[in-house]
Design a protein around this ligand. Structure first.
Ligand code: ADP
Ligand code: MG
Length: 780
């Protein structure tokens, strides 16, 4: 992937238009904002007389902007002139010229790159109000529930002045509250909330209310985080299912195994496999002859899952235990992910390993990628401090154009080159010393790490040096917001994962600017340079002084997971610092390799979901028609009894058709759930296909289509069987002997802990070869 170059800003942008326009010329996916720069002057001019009018007269002007289309420049200028004055009076914020430039562009469907602290929230208000006034239904997608609530409340005075209603959809709201909230003109929510509610709608029966109206316009805050980093996260809705048999014995056996003797851990701590000795011990413990025999497929899988839980998944790195529950830590965010769980078997295995009560077994009813939710909107725009780096992908994946809005004040933050060390220990020692030094002079420091465990470890190094640090424990967005808001105070030291406390402004406290402004110190780089930049951006807001620097080592995961460094650096200081420029380049190369792999993984995931998404839409259309259109039911029943029209007529009669609708929906849903579960199993085993030299994706799609085509006939047969056996006085599903799940819940599936598709192929082949037997597991 190409890394576009950024340059620092020097003078206010309007004094050097050609300079900032010039740097956008050829970067892929970016667009030139010059055309709109002139509109900003017009907005100023239109606004001038409005500054003088009374509040009552201003209301008249608001009405004047009536529900007009914003397709003409004049309408956009008029709206933003009035909205600026309203913002000034109701919010106490006078939009900066750069904010207006951003708003104009977003109203035109572009994505804008705007640095941290430049006031993207206010831009979001202007854009949301503009879109809503032109008749669009607007969702502003925030990074978390806390921000959704905060921003909806902050924007309300402006929205209500325009006669627009706004609401936030957050966790803990009842169905009725959600229905009401989604009716608002402007809805603040995370993409997860919307996705989960769409999934709930998918399970809707004639008696339940639809939550989410048709998706229309999305304004996405931190757009790269939502549409790139989170894009491939599956949102799942599950219903209660019968529990699977207790695997306690297996957990005990696995816990007694010894690393290297009974199992080996692969390079990079990503894969684990049994040794011959380990397999023998498991076989003995379970009392089976051959764990690899066809009839023991389930046991073999369970053993692998339990070993994985035992050997690779670490407490406080991958998950925390709180209130008797396993709570996952999101890798990239380094924070506890609400309602997130691993695929069922692994989650249960970890609960057993921790001696916790195994949570209820779930049957997946439906699932959808975050990206699929986003693609459901008729239009998307958004903003981010690192949209520029994401421009090429936003263009390729979603056909969005990105433009860079210059900062309001020139950015004077100094981004220092990395300090590269040989070992992670040397890196930490030097980094802790640098924090101590800065702290001694009163300079506030924000340390960025890649996990909660790292944060805690680093904070204890600081304690040893006599520096007290606040550590973000990744447990609560609101509490984090409170801590991070103080990170810019004189003498403050804050240790946090990359994304914790996001969206919260870090203002410098008194004396902090004189002490050099906020020092952002990253310990190890992230898997992507874009995430590194996000961390740097926390310093130097609105022209503040500041410094950013990364302390790295060639033992960092970014390097060890991608490269094997076969030679020694030439010039190394006594502290272990490497000044060999070849090694600095090597580190960056490793990061690019990591980015490339991630991209590949995303593409693969998307490809596997494409066919399913299309099929889901088809089922969904049928479902909606059955729910809303009386003729659709009659058509359906005519197919159920193609030669017995009197039966079709009977179930289509007024007193029976409600139950018929329920039965049809039930069977369609069952068929779809069955399909999904078969696909999941197929996908698990699809890597075996490489043994037969088939392209796994083609093979998967072939199976998916074949299976889907059978669904229509399958559900028709089921409906006929159900209704023909119905007692005469049946009025409910229960009377038909059918039961929808008594409760449903939603969660995110975290990154596949088994590594990439390729890792699994290698791990599997390794296993087969070691056992010197042909694979005897069949997944079809
Ligand atoms: P971002 O999301 O771009 O990082 P925020 O929207 O959180 O930035 O805004 C950062 C801070 O700047 C907030 O405290 C906000 O109130 C303030 N702010 C935004 N726009 C203006 C403005 N036009 N005038 C004064 N302060 C502003
Ligand atoms: Mg923000």
């Amino acid at each position: 992937m190409r890394e576009p170059k950024r340059t620092g800003d020097r003078a206010p942008w309007w004094r050097r238009p050609l300079d900032w326009v010039g740097r956008l010329r050829q970067d892929p996916g970016t667009t030139n904002l010059r055309r709109y720069a002139q509109l900003i002057d017009s907005i100023d001019e239109e606004r001038a007389p409005l500054r003088m009018v009374s509040d009552g007269e201003l209301d008249g002007h608001i009405v004047g902007t009536g529900s007009v289309s914003l397709s003409s420049d004049a309408a956009v200028v008029r709206f933003l002139a009035v909205a600026s004055e309203v913002s000034h009076r109701r919010l106490g914020l006078d939009p900066f010229r750069v904010q207006l430039l951003a708003a104009v562009n977003m109203l035109r469907g572009r994505v804008v790159d705007m640095a941290t602290g430049e006031g993207k929230t206010l831009v979001g208000f202007l854009v949301a109000a503009g879109l809503a006034r032109s008749g669009r239904r607007v969702h502003v997608l925030s990074a978390n529930d806390y921000l959704a609530g905060r921003d909806a409340a902050a924007g309300a005075p402006l929205f209500t002045s325009f006669g627009l209603s706004c609401a936030a959809v957050v966790d803990g709201m009842s169905e009725a509250e959600r229905v009401a909230a989604y009716r608002a003109d402007i809805v603040y929510a995370t993409v997860h909330q919307v996705g989960f509610d769409l999934l709930r709608d998918r399970q809707r029966t004639p008696t339940s209310k639809r939550l989410v109206p048709d998706l229309d316009a999305a304004v996405v805050d931190e757009i790269d985080a939502v549409l790139l980093d989170d894009a491939m996260v599956p949102l799942v809705i599950a219903g209660d299912a019968d529990p699977i048999p207790e695997d306690a014995a297996l957990t005990g056996i696995i816990a007694s195994l010894t690393v290297d003797e009974d199992y080996t851990i692969g390079e990079g701590h990503r894969s684990v496999s049994f040794t011959e000795a380990g397999v023998t011990r498991v076989e003995a413990g379970l009392g089976v002859d051959d764990l690899y025999a066809q009839e023991h497929v389930d046991l073999l899988t369970a053993a692998h899952v339990a070993l994985h839980a035992q050997a690779l998944v670490e407490r406080d790195v991958h998950y925390l235990v709180a209130d008797g529950k396993v709570r996952l830590i999101n890798d990239t965010r380094g924070r506890v992910a609400d309602r997130q769980r691993w695929p069922d078997g692994l989650h249960a295995a970890i609960e057993r390993k921790e001696g916790l009560e195994v949570s209820q077994q779930a049957e997946i009813l439906d699932q959808m990628l975050v990206e699929t939710v986003a693609r459901g909107y008729r239009s998307i725009t958004g903003m981010s401090g690192t949209a520029f780096e994401a421009a090429e992908r936003l263009s390729e994946d979603l056909n969005l154009r990105t433009g860079v809005v210059p900062t309001n004040h020139p950015c004077i933050r100094r981004d220092l080159p990395d300090r590269l060390f040989v070992t992670a220990e040397q890196r930490d020692t030097a980094a802790a010393e640098a924090v101590r030094e800065a702290h001694a002079s009163g300079q506030p420091v924000l340390v960025g790490t890649s996990s909660v465990a790292d944060s805690e470890r680093f904070a204890s190094l600081l304690t040893d040096l006599g520096v007290d640090a606040s550590v973000l424990n990744a447990k609560n967005d609101a509490a984090e917001a409170e801590i991070i808001a103080h990170a810019g105070e004189y003498g403050a030291v804050t240790v946090s994962t990359q994304m914790a406390g996001r969206g919260v402004d870090i203002r410098l406290g008194p004396g902090a600017a004189e002490a050099g402004g906020l020092l952002v110190l990253g310990v190890g780089r992230y898997d992507s340079a874009r995430l590194d930049r996000q961390l740097r951006g926390r310093s130097g807001r609105q022209g503040d002084p500041g410094v950013s620097v990364f302390y790295t080592s060639i033992e960092d995961e970014v390097v060890t997971e991608q490269l094997r460094v076969g030679y020694e650096p030439r010039s190394v200081s006594a502290e272990g610092r490497i000044s060999d420029s070849k090694f600095l380049r090597l580190y960056e190369h490793a990061q690019r390799v990591a980015e490339g792999k991630l991209l590949q993984l995303h593409r693969t995931t998307r490809n596997y979901h494409k066919t399913t998404d299309r099929h889901r839409q088809m089922i969904l259309d049928t479902r909606e028609r059955i729910l809303g259109d009386p003729e659709a039911l009659d058509d359906y029943l005519a197919q159920v009894w193609s030669y017995e029209s009197e039966k079709a007529a009977e179930w289509g009669s007024p007193d029976k058709r409600d139950l018929a609708v329920e039965a049809v929906l039930y069977q369609l849903d069952r068929a779809w759930t069955g399909h999904l579960n078969r696909l999941a199993a197929t996908r698990e085993g699809i890597h075996l296909r490489v043994l037969g030299r088939q392209n796994p994706l083609d093979e998967f799609n072939r199976i998916a289509i074949e299976d889907f085509l059978a669904l229509g006939a399958e559900s028709i047969t089921e409906v006929r069987d159900t209704l023909e056996e119905a007692p005469d006085d049946a009025t409910s599903l229960a009377d038909l002997g059918l039961r929808r799940p008594s409760s449903t819940w939603t969660y995110l599936v975290t990154d596949n802990p088994f590594g990439s598709e390729a890792d699994r192929i290698v791990a599997f082949l390794g296993k087969v070869v070691r056992r010197n037997r042909p694979p005897s597991i069949s997944y079809t």
